[in-house]
Design a protein around this ligand. Structure first.
Ligand code: TEU
Length: 549
């Protein structure tokens, strides 16, 4: 949909604040650290930053459990630091996207503290309750808690609902007062100058308040059973009127429902709900060390692109704080191929139609960290899964193999700035172990190497920003059945580009009629592009974009 706006044309960079840069030596990244690195952010060419939660929180789920939505957790700094960071971004043309975690709050939020203590509390209906006199609530699956989604509270002899951890009670969106509270929180941050909102776990916000039993065997289509209730759309329209439109901001949903129609209903312009969303279909594809299929990868991206070529707009990501590292999942992390394969994946991400989201460190090719034993894990998700596996008598060795590959801890290690102690992240004891490969993979080492992942990323961002065709152009896949190469064109008016990506560690050939009309090579992660007659030979993980006459 070519209805131009900055959030479609930009490139977003995700910062996990506790892992980016520490300036006070407490081992946690902070706002002053981001301020120190503003020039670095600008040098990347990115135009938006989404920062994970930094609010007051008991930190049961690394800040996705908020106890005060208007206060900053002291480890990140003060409101003044926040404002200085925001202003610093603005003056460099970088917009700021706030993480809004309102499917649930922390159990330490004053609303919940009051609600749990009395059935007459004015905040009681801010949450979901099942009074014990009705017996036990029907079983409900929880994403983090192996014991299920209801927990008993003695003071008021009732159960409360939590889709995630026990310490993350779900907020009751059916209550108009609660919704107003949320809009007020969003306005508070919009007044400070925030440009966009990322709605966390938003598909689950609205519920069937009869809380029906989860049909067995449906753990995989969780969203379909628990999420995307029809009234969600009313609430989003209300949010649009209250916040999005008057403040001229945008909102992106984590998750896009379970059908294309769900996704369109969330983001199409004429809906006046959200502006964009990202779905998980390809990310869900590589949750185990078993290699994903390129054919499936191509199919998923091609289908979603086609579906959104006329109406609606999506964001694209290949990694984030909930997934293991980009190069480990979709590329090749071996020392021989990690540079070229990360460059290939960044070429892909930045040449597709949707707004690209790059996770910090992926502009360097940061990799997974090896954590073979459960004792090293702190993430509530990992620990919950481990308990579930034990309870189900799963093969623990096999389970640990999968966890080591796929856990969220992999992508939360400190940013690798240089080869000094702790990768230049902190002068203290880092909250999470630095990946030992920081001596080779770090910003300083890549800064002056024109062929580094970092400089390739900058070039690719620049190419996208200078060529509308990479943003709005039609996408056409070529030889979809090719088992090794992903090739496609992007076309806008009379501009056309050919994207060639070798997804394997071998040379691979592709024969194309377009070979005769190739113009300039605009970006290439190798010296040359080998062409013989009609055949192009791509080196291992070679990625090139060529303009076509
Ligand atoms: O994630 C929501 C979500 O759907 C998760 O189940 C995600 O798939 C999971 O983390 C994968 O292991 C959001 C946040 O991105 C996540 O970090 C939070 O833990 C979660 O919400 C609860 O707020």
């Amino acid at each position: 949909e070519r209805n131009s706006t900055w959030w479609k044309e930009g490139v977003l960079y995700q910062i996990y604040p506790q892992s980016f840069k520490d300036t006070d030596g407490d081992g946690f990244g902070d706002f002053r650290g981001v301020i120190e690195k503003l020039d670095y952010l600008e040098s990347l060419g990115i135009t938006m930053v989404w920062m994970n939660p930094f609010f007051e929180s008991p930190l049961v789920d690394n800040g996705y459990d908020i106890s005060d939505y208007r206060a900053i957790h002291p480890r990140y700094g003060t409101m003044e630091d926040f404002q200085e960071m925001l202003d610093g971004m603005k003056s460099r043309g970088i917009k700021f996207v706030l993480d809004v975690v309102v499917n649930h709050s922390s159990d330490e939020h004053e609303w919940f503290q009051s609600a749990r203590s009395s059935r007459d509390s004015e905040y009681r209906d801010y949450y979901h309750w099942w009074p014990a006199e009705k017996g036990k609530p029907p079983h409900r699956h929880s994403l983090f808690d192996p014991e299920g989604g209801w927990d008993y509270v003695e003071e008021t002899d009732s159960y409360y609902l939590h889709t995630f951890a026990e310490a993350q009670p779900d907020l009751n969106w059916e209550n108009p007062k609660l919704r107003q509270e949320v809009y007020d929180i969003m306005k508070f941050w919009a007044e400070k100058g925030v440009d966009g909102f990322r709605m966390d776990a938003f598909q689950f916000a609205s519920k069937d308040t009869t809380y029906p039993e989860f049909p067995e065997g449906h753990e995989k289509d969780f969203v379909k059973w628990y999420g995307m209730r029809p009234q969600l759309h009313e609430y989003l329209k209300e949010m649009y009127k209250e916040v999005i439109e008057p403040y001229n901001v945008f909102a992106v949903a984590e998750g896009a429902g379970s059908t294309f129609k769900d996704a369109h209903d969330l983001v199409d312009a004429d809906r006046n709900e959200l502006q964009t969303a990202y779905h998980f279909e390809y990310v869900d594809m590589s949750r185990t060390p078993e290699r994903y299929e390129l054919s499936e990868f191509k199919e998923v991206f091609t289908l979603w692109d086609k579906e959104f070529s006329e109406n609606g707009w999506l964001a694209i990501f290949l990694s984030n704080h909930d997934n293991s590292r980009l190069v480990d999942r979709f590329g090749n992390p071996s020392p021989e191929f990690r540079t070229v394969s990360t460059q290939m994946l960044n070429t892909f991400l930045l040449s597709m139609r949707g707004t690209p989201y790059t996770y910090y460190g992926d502009e360097l090719g940061m990799t997974n960290i090896d954590m073979p034993t459960i004792e090293e894990y702190v993430d509530i998700d990992a620990i919950g899964k481990y308990k579930t596996a034990l309870a189900a008598n799963e093969d623990v060795e096999e389970f640990m193999k999968v966890l080591n590959y796929s856990s969220r801890e992999n992508s939360r290690t400190p940013m690798q700035w240089n080869d000094t102690d702790n990768a230049g992240f902190t002068s203290g004891m880092p909250w999470k172990k630095v990946n030992p490969n920081y001596k080779e993979i770090n910003v300083a080492a890549q800064e002056n190497n024109p062929n580094s992942v970092l400089n390739h990323f900058r070039k690719m961002v620049k190419l996208r920003k200078e060529n509308e065709v990479l943003v709005y152009g039609d996408y056409q896949i070529i030889q979809q059945e090719h088992p090794e190469i992903y090739a496609y064109t992007r076309t806008l008016d009379n501009q056309k580009m050919l994207v060639l990506l070798n997804f394997t560690d071998q040379d691979s050939n592709i024969s194309l009629p377009e070979v005769n009309s190739l113009n300039n090579t605009l970006i290439n992660n190798y010296e040359a592009l080998t062409i013989n007659n009609n055949t192009i030979t791509l080196k291992p993980y070679q990625a090139a974009i060529v303009s076509i006459k």
